[in-house]
Design a protein around this ligand. Sequence first.
Ligand code: UGA
Length: 482
Amino acid sequence: MKISVIGAGYVGLTTATCLAEIGHTVRCADNDETKLNLLRCGQMPFFEPHLEELVLKNCQAGRLRFETTESSVVNAEAIFICVGTPPLENGEADLSAIANVARTIGQRATGDCLVIEKSTVPVQTGQQLKRQLQLYVDKGLRCDLVSNPEFLREGSAIEDFFHPDRIVIGVEREEAARQIEEIYRPLLDRSFHCPVHSDCKEDRKPAWVVTDTNSAELIKHASNSFLAMKISFINMVSDLCDAVGADVSKVALGMGMDPRIGPAFLNPGIGFGGFCFPKDVQAFVRIAEKAGCDFSLLREVENVNKRRIELFVEKVRKELWVVRGRKIAVWGLAFKPNTDDVRFAPSLEIVRSLIREGAEVSAYDPQATEKARAVMPDVRYCANPYEAAQGAEAVVVVTEWEEFRHIDWQRLRRLVERPLIIDGRNALDSKLVARNGFHYVSIGRAAVAAEDVECGDREKIRTENAERAVQDIALEGLTRAL
Ligand code: UGA
């Protein structure tokens, strides 16, 4: 099918590339000419695993092109709207980009087509969009509006596209559902070759959920808000664990075994960030208010999340006593691993807070340094975790990159001024860290005291590190096979 995807951001570029990969002819549009030129030269505007290789592959195959919005909609059979809906001052979503796109479609589109709303929008936006598209209908053409909310996660967006749990479609006409089903046919039949895992054994078909547009729009906001609520809930449980001496990892494990609860999104830490959860929770509260429903539960989810930063900085303060003048290494800047996105990242708030208190911060992130530097130029950015830790009195982990689980602890031990790890994501193996001579502090779990490495068996530590690396590799292989 001839498809136009408008918006070359995280959702748009991933969607365009993956639709091309499953055989469609895709024109991906953006109003940022610089971004389009970079993409035409094969340069990605952000880091997302596997994206670059798939963009290059599909451009070379002639299935993917980058164009202006105006030209991309001409002759398109389906148009995906993937533009941003950033928060306004009052928390509501700014829909001006969506309205502009609808106007362009009305003016420029030349034949019958499906207009598919993928951006996260407040309920009833589809109805507004339909009114905007009237210009189009006035030309005597048929235009069906479909709501098709996106559930991709940054960092695993490509994988999520090829292996979705469900594809949600909100339509007004049966025929529109049938047409969009054709677009997704290779995913529904699992008749494509997964480009991410060549040995992918996954044969579970995604659920195909067809509903009305209002319900589809609500599914997206309600899902993100529910997940955010789960995170704030476990964060509160972790505070309680800290206060009474329980272990939040065990509590989460026991809770997650109940299939009604499930184990996902029960990792406590410094709170949720990124461009989706914070804005979507706010927008959902405003949507409910406007409809006369007081969603105070979600306001508390936000409040709990905001308090995570201060609670974590308090943990650092408690360990260091005085923060002023102390060298602190911060590992991680992105709002989560496998992305370079720092928008609404709690890690940046923590760095700012430590600097305000007079700490000397050295930061390291495998991907997000440049984006962090653009908004926080005064930090000392390092090329690797060891450089950041040189002379540090605390190493603070705020993004759970895999790399931090494979540190040469003995090398690190020699570099730091004081062997103290404060893990804001419960990402590291506490026993391994302590056995290597570090005092280990985490979230909702008792601190683990450093073992005396001078008296301990260094050879044993080395063997243990090597064994762990082998186990990790085997586990990764097993996870992929499953
Ligand atoms: C989220 C949703 O998971 C996607 O389904 C949705 O499509 C996307 O928003 C969107 O609306 O576009 P994303 O923001 O990429 O995806 O990242 P998540 O993996 O959901 O993480 C969000 C935040 O929650 C991160 O800051 C992460 O560190 C935090 N988190 C997540 C926790 O603190 N604990 C957890 O257990 C899980």
